[in-house]
Ligand binder design. Structure first.
Ligand code: CP
Length: 304
């Protein structure tokens, strides 16, 4: 039985296979509409979500399966003090596969050790978000066509941004990938990702506070939100929240075939006017999330 807790648990070949299946689902959805008949997905969301939870649920429905679960901790027995371990033990006797989001880093890992069915990490605190990374990779595959030989800028909250941690780790396994980390000093990418993942892989990277410094070199600009829910001190959040605002004037300095991605939700960091620019791919990216999650559900349930 396989779980998905960290994106690096999937080999490069497995990621290629998931992307290929997702592309086939997009081209031939009718082939897949009964694949999960009589299967149940449990979505256990202890933290708010729109895209991840609903795309997982849409994915399972489009595969012909069913969905159960909760969308906030307060409507589950964790509000009465039940542990994650006990919740998972019980839910894994009701469902065939579980997608779980939790504010505590490592909670899905604990869940996977107690579960009788595959557990998917749907985001754990400021740690990892592997299915967002699969979503990002499918979008890059469809919009750019390759993962090698790209320059990607990550901008915003790189400290707590779990989507950044997972995507940078995933891309570290490809050839000639250059990473530009753009953040305020206080929200720099964690040193362990630089030292333990990127440097051993020989990835060329730079850190800067200036969004415009490398703008013309980027193939992908990955914008992120400064996340209010990760700050202990509201004054720090207010000081940092509008550090970077991508507007059309800035986008016009990018290459014509570059992509602007964002895991969403956005607050102020991308001006609405950017949505109409052909480089803005973040809504296409959100749509890709459903297809790659369909591919992942099939893989973890070992359905051909
Ligand atoms: N990208 C993402 O995880 O969005 P949600 O928080 O809406 O699921």
């Amino acid at each position: 039985m396989r779980h998905l807790i960290d994106i690096l648990e999937l080999s490069v070949e497995e990621i290629d296979e998931l992307v290929a299946v997702a592309n086939d689902i997009i081209a031939n959805p009718e082939k897949y509409q009964e694949k999960c008949r009589h299967k149940k997905l449990a979505t256990l969301f202890f933290e708010p979500s729109t895209r991840t939870r609903l795309s997982f649920e849409a994915a399972m429905y489009e595969l012909g399966g069913n969905v159960l679960g909760f969308s906030e901790a307060q409507s589950s027995s964790s509000a009465k003090g039940e542990s994650v371990a006990d919740t998972i033990k019980v839910v894994s006797s009701y469902a065939d596969i579980i997608a779980m989001r939790h504010p505590k880093e490592g909670a899905p890992m604990v869940a996977s050790m107690k579960s009788d069915v595959p557990v998917i990490n749907a985001g754990d605190g400021g740690h990892n978000h592997p299915t967002q990374t699969l979503t990002d990779l499918l979008t890059i595959n469809r919009e750019i066509g390759h993962f090698d030989n790209i320059t990607i800028g990550f901008c915003g909250d790189l400290k707590f941004g779990r989507t950044v941690h997972s995507l940078a780790s995933a891309l570290s396994r490809y050839e000639n990938v250059k990473m530009i980390f753009i953040s305020p000093e206080e929200l720099r990418i964690p040193e362990h990702i630089l030292k333990e993942t990127l440097e051993p892989a020989g990835i060329e990277y730079v850190e800067t506070t200036d969004l415009m410094q490398y703008m013309g070199e980027l193939d992908v600009l990955y914008m992120t939100r400064v996340q209010k829910e990760r700050f202990f001190n509201e004054a720090d959040y207010i000081r940092l929240k509008d550090s970077y605002i991508l507007d059309l004037e800035k986008v016009h300095c990018m290459k014509e075939d570059a992509c602007v991605l964002h895991p969403l939700p956005r607050v102020n960091e991308i001006a609405i006017e950017v949505d109409e620019d052909p480089r803005a791919k973040y809504f296409i990216q959100a749509k890709c999330g459903k297809y790659i999650r369909m591919a992942l559900i099939l893989k973890l349930l070992e359905i051909k």
